[in-house]
Design a protein around this ligand. Structure first.
Ligand code: HEC
Ligand code: HEC
Ligand code: HEC
Ligand code: HEC
Length: 158
């Protein structure tokens, strides 16, 4: 546990240098915002139920809340980019009080902000096909390469 956490602290330090934000929406299109996994549940009940039950991501803020007391504000903030949804992006997580629905790493860390898709149900308005590049901002460990095939790309998702 201790080693893992210090690895996370290291990851957090390098994240500030490597985190890249997606390009802004093209003018004219409504920019999608983050809405939280609960909003997906009515239309994707199966994916939502399995995600909540089996994925550690769905509970990824739990560890942060437990550890918060031992961390400086700056250290805690450095965890948000990976352990919450959409931190630093439009409509994304800001803090536990204002945005509790985005406190865990939810559906939208992989599929992207879902407000436009959730309002219309249009599959073209959400990212369906994913690649390793979608995982690397958070899984920047050498082990990310073991995600290089479909069964593991889906592991922990739903
Ligand atoms: C109002 C209903 C509705 C809501 C809410 C909704 N979806 Fe969908 N979603 C659909 C429909 C309809 C499709 C197309 C048929 C299908 O694949 O089930 C779809 C398809 C998808 C796809 C596959 C896209 C593709 O390229 O094939 C993904 C991924 C997805 N939704 C994710 C989400 C996420 C994440 C949320 C929450 C942010 C969400 N959906 C909320 C209705 C909805
Ligand atoms: C660059 C992304 C990233 C950052 C930043 C980050 N983490 Fe993590 N963290 C992860 C990933 C990915 C895992 C899951 C590792 C795995 O299961 O292989 C994880 C796992 C954990 C775990 C669970 C360990 C276990 O044994 O299950 C804890 C606790 C944790 N992180 C705490 C933190 C704290 C506290 C911070 C901020 C100081 C932080 N993390 C910052 C990506 C990150
Ligand atoms: C760890 C990343 C990840 C997370 C988190 C995630 N998904 Fe997915 N999702 C995937 C992958 C990978 C696929 C398969 C895409 C492909 O076939 O290329 C997928 C496919 C889908 C599809 C298309 C139909 C299917 O089941 O294959 C829907 C709908 C969907 N996800 C909804 C959701 C919803 C709702 C959540 C949250 C409850 C969620 N996803 C969370 C990675 C993720
Ligand atoms: C926004 C950051 C983020 C992104 C993007 C992300 N993950 Fe994760 N993932 C995490 C964190 C944080 C954990 C650890 C949660 C914990 O243990 O508290 C995790 C855990 C996992 C796990 C461990 C098992 C489990 O049940 O959760 C797998 C497998 C995984 N992610 C796969 C993927 C794949 C595949 C992708 C890309 C399609 C991806 N992740 C994208 C943050 C992310």
């Amino acid at each position: 546990m201790g080693r893992r956490i210090s690895r996370c602290l290291l990851a957090a330090a390098s994240l500030t240098l490597t985190l890249t934000l997606p390009p802004a929406a093209t003018a004219g299109e409504p920019a999608a915002r983050y809405v939280g996994s609960q909003v997906c549940a009515p239309c994707h009940a199966g994916q939502h139920e399995r995600f909540m039950r089996y994925s550690k991501k769905a509970h990824s803020s739990k560890n942060l809340r437990l550890m918060a007391k031992g961390l400086s504000d700056q250290e805690l903030t450095s965890c948000y980019g990976c352990h919450t949804t959409g931190y630093g992006r439009p409509g994304g997580f800001t803090d536990f009080t204002a945005t509790p629905q985005l406190a865990d790493a939810g559906c939208e860390v992989c599929h992207g902000p879902g407000s436009v898709h959730a309002a219309s149900g249009d599959p073209a308005a959400i990212k369906g096909r994913l690649t390793l590049a979608d995982c690397e901002p958070c899984h920047n460990d050498p082990r990310v390469h073991s995600f290089g095939y479909k069964p593991l790309l889906n592991a922990g998702a739903h």
